[in-house]
Each structure stands twice: as structure tokens, then as C-alpha cells.
Design a protein around this ligand. Structure first.
Ligand SMILES: Cc1cc2nc3c(=O)[nH]c(=O)nc-3n(C[C@H](O)[C@H](O)[C@H](O)COP(=O)(O)OP(=O)(O)OC[C@H]3O[C@@H](n4cnc5c(N)ncnc54)[C@H](O)[C@@H]3O)c2cc1C
Length: 344
């Protein structure tokens, strides 16, 4: 893919300090520990370099894919030689706003976010303390557990909108959160940060609820083996794990992938599993559950096929990319405040 090579070359010239991992095994960047090399993974350390990366990529009609902690991906063994990822690993700012809300950048882990809330006497993120993803991935998925979901805590999200290269702030209520879905799944956007609005409570009471949730998690889930969490979404009116177990598939093995014998909703890597082992196993489970129960299971894990690539088909980028300085006004349409500043 010539355009991708040109874009990477241009990026290196434009941002010499930017960390870019080239031909990097994706198995090193996901909880399944599966996946061949991605052409490149860029690790911007701030919003400005992330925006510049996107701007260069857009000129070459490439859409970069965001990568959080990689806890919801199944990457192909063959790798993704046409894919360019932007990792949020270095976007790690978190602080308490004066009004008591929490600001967190997209690379902050959900466990760090919930721990920060607990230390500051803020409840409502206990459910997230054991989810191994990031703020960005959690919002993208509307991650949830034990009765809580990201949507209950997100006041607003700031994201880079790829088609017009602008920064936007969107209120949580407008993020189209649903069961494991959000606005961001249907729009080419990279989440930069979010603000969380939570209620006050005693730190010890919050800590106790977190301990209780995490004990339940440890007791039920195969946390000692690589996985990507629940393999399938919950079908309406059913539980995927119960259906799989009732179909006699708990512990079912294909190559080195297995339906966990501890929790039938998880597919685990017993060591050296290939993406094909996992994929074929998931398809077998899906077919068998349908045959026996007439219930269709849909993967919760994002499965990327070997030849996957993302191209940009949106209109050309505006020449001057404009950013806010933290006021998060909608500026791309020209409604920005005087606080907005020109990058170029
Ligand atoms: C042991 C285990 C337990 C789990 N338990 C739960 C659970 O209880 N509840 C639950 O909901 N999930 C659970 N998961 C799944 C997973 O942790 C969540 O879906 C999590 O939200 C994914 O976050 P991530 O940072 O790892 O995202 P990634 O896997 O890196 O990415 C997932 C998707 O989000 C997109 N994305 C990531 N960051 C951004 C960003 N900044 N901007 C735009 N898009 C972005 C990616 O492009 C990708 O499409 C579990 C996983 C494991 C391994």
C-alpha cells in the first residue's frame, strides 16, 4: 500500500519525536496474545500530535484505527500490513475538576479511573474497576459489568472527528449509548478524553464495593488465561454463557483455543492459540447454539480479518486544522471561541 508508506515517511519528517512501532506484533498489544504484525502503531503523547497524525493520514486517504489496551480485539495471525493504529497508551492525564467531576484522557485504564474516583470519595465507577480496558475503549464499547455501564458516569466526551478534522465535545446523553454500543462505533472518531460526573460517598464504602465486585470476578472468570472477555454479546432474553453451557460446549476445545471451563462466556488462549483456532471455535459455538436453541449469538470481540484495512472516503480535509485550548468548543464549523488557536 504505497499511500501508507508515503504517509509514514511524511509523519517521521513532520514529527521526529513521535514513537512509531513498525511491523509490530499485535500479540504484544492485546489481551488475547494473538496476532501478527501491524504495519505501524503510533503512540502520540498529546492531542496535538494525535491530530497531526490524523491530518497526514487523511491526506493519504487512510483511516487510522484507535487502539486502547487491546482487550476486546482478535487480531489475525497473518498480521495487518495495511493497517495504521494510533495507540492511546501515552494519553494518561487524569485530574479532579473544581466542580467535582473527573477529567481523564482516553488512555487512562478503567481500573486507574475507578481507583481515582474512590480515593476522591466519588461513587459510580466501582463496576469498572476490574474491566481491563481504557477510558477510550470503554466509551466506544459502553463497557459494563455488575449493573453499571460507562453511560451512567460519562458527562461528556471530547473526540477528534476524522472527516472534518475537528475537535468536538459531546454530552454523554448524546453519545447514543446502548448495550455495548455507542455513537463512536458508527462514526470515524478518536476519543481523546472524557469527563465523569459522579456522586459523593465514603471512600471506604466505595472500596468495599469494589472489593466485592472484584472477588466475584476472580471467582467466576478465567483471569489466569489470555482472553478478550466475553466472546459473545448477551442475546435478548438469554445469557450467552448459560446457552453455551446448556449446549454442552463448556470446555470445548479447538486447537489451543477453548471455551473456558470456568466461565462458558469466555474463550481462552491455552497457549499458542492462533486467531483461526479462536475464530473457528467461536463459529462452532455460534452454529451449535443456533442449532440447539434457535438463538443467534453475535461476537462481542472485534474480529479483524487478515486483509483488513481502513480507507477514508470522507471529503478532503480543511487546509488549516484548528484546535481548542481546552475549552472544547465545537470549532470545526467556525463556531470556535477566541481561545481556539491555529496549529499551522
Ligand atoms: C478478562 C477480561 C474481562 C473483561 N470484562 C469486561 C466486562 O466486565 N465488561 C465489558 O464491557 N467488557 C469487558 N471486557 C472487554 C474489554 O475490556 C472492554 O470492552 C474494554 O472497554 C475495551 O477497552 P480497550 O481499551 O481494551 O479497547 P480496545 O480493545 O483497544 O479497542 C476496542 C475498540 O474500541 C476502539 N477504541 C479504543 N480506544 C479508542 C479511542 N480512544 N477512540 C476511539 N475508539 C477507540 C478500538 O478501535 C476498538 O474498536 C473484558 C476483557 C477481558 C480481557
Amino acid at each position: 500500500m504505497e499511500e501508507l508508506e508515503l504517509a509514514i515517511k511524511e509523519l517521521k519528517e513532520l514529527l521526529p519525536g513521535l514513537k512509531i512501532l513498525e511491523n509490530e506484533p499485535l500479540s504484544e498489544h492485546c489481551s488475547f496474545k494473538i496476532g501478527g504484525p501491524a504495519r505501524a502503531i503510533a503512540m502520540p503523547s498529546d492531542v496535538f500530535s494525535l491530530s497531526r497524525i490524523c491530518s497526514v493520514m487523511k491526506e493519504h486517504k487512510i483511516f487510522p484505527m484507535a487502539l486502547g489496551n487491546g482487550t476486546n480485539f482478535l487480531f489475525p495471525d497473518e498480521g495487518l500490513s495495511d493497517m495504521f493504529f494510533i495507540s492511546t497508551e501515552k494519553l494518561q492525564k487524569i485530574f479532579l475538576n473544581e466542580d467535582g467531576t473527573i477529567y481523564a484522557e482516553s488512555g487512562v485504564s478503567l481500573s486507574r479511573l475507578s481507583g481515582f474516583a474512590q480515593q476522591n470519595g466519588l461513587k459510580g465507577l466501582e463496576f469498572a474497576s476490574g474491566i481491563p480496558g481504557t477510558v477510550g475503549g470503554g466509551i466506544w464499547m459502553n463497557a459494563g459489568a455488575y449493573g453499571g455501564e460507562m453511560k451512567d458516569a460519562v458527562q461528556s466526551v471530547v473526540y477528534y472527528f476524522y472527516p472534518d478534522q475537528g475537535l468536538y465535545e459531546q454530552l454523554g446523553k448524546d453519545c447514543q449509548f446502548g448495550y455495548r454500543t455507542s455513537f463512536f462505533q458508527n462514526n470515524p472518531a478518536i476519543i481523546l478524553s472524557a469527563v465523569f460526573a459522579l456522586d459523593k460517598d465514603e471512600p471506604e464504602a466505595i472500596a468495599s464495593r469494589m472489593r466485592e465486585i472484584n472477588e466475584k470476578r476472580r471467582a467466576k472468570q478465567p483471569l489466569d488465561l489470555p482472553s478478550a472477555g466475553s466472546a459473545f454479546k448477551r442475546p435478548e432474553g438469554h445469557y450467552a454463557a448459560a446457552l453455551i453451557e446448556e449446549c454442552g460446549l463448556k470446555g470445548y476445545r479447538n486447537g489451543n483455543a477453548q471455551v473456558s471451563d470456568k466461565h462458558a462466556g469466555f474463550v481462552v488462549n491455552l497457549g499458542g492459540a492462533t486467531s483461526k483456532d479462536v475464530y473457528d471455535l467461536m463459529m462452532h459455538v455460534r452454529n451449535e447454539v443456533y442449532a440447539q436453541k434457535q438463538v443467534e449469538l453475535h461476537p462481542e470481540i472485534i474480529i479483524l480479518p487478515p486483509d483488513y484495512k481502513l480507507t477514508d472516503t470522507s471529503p478532503a480535509a480543511p487546509k488549516n486544522v484548528t484546535f481548542t485550548n481546552g475549552d472544547y468548543e465545537k470549532i470545526a464549523s467556525g463556531t470556535g471561541t477566541s481561545a481556539a488557536k491555529e496549529e499551522n
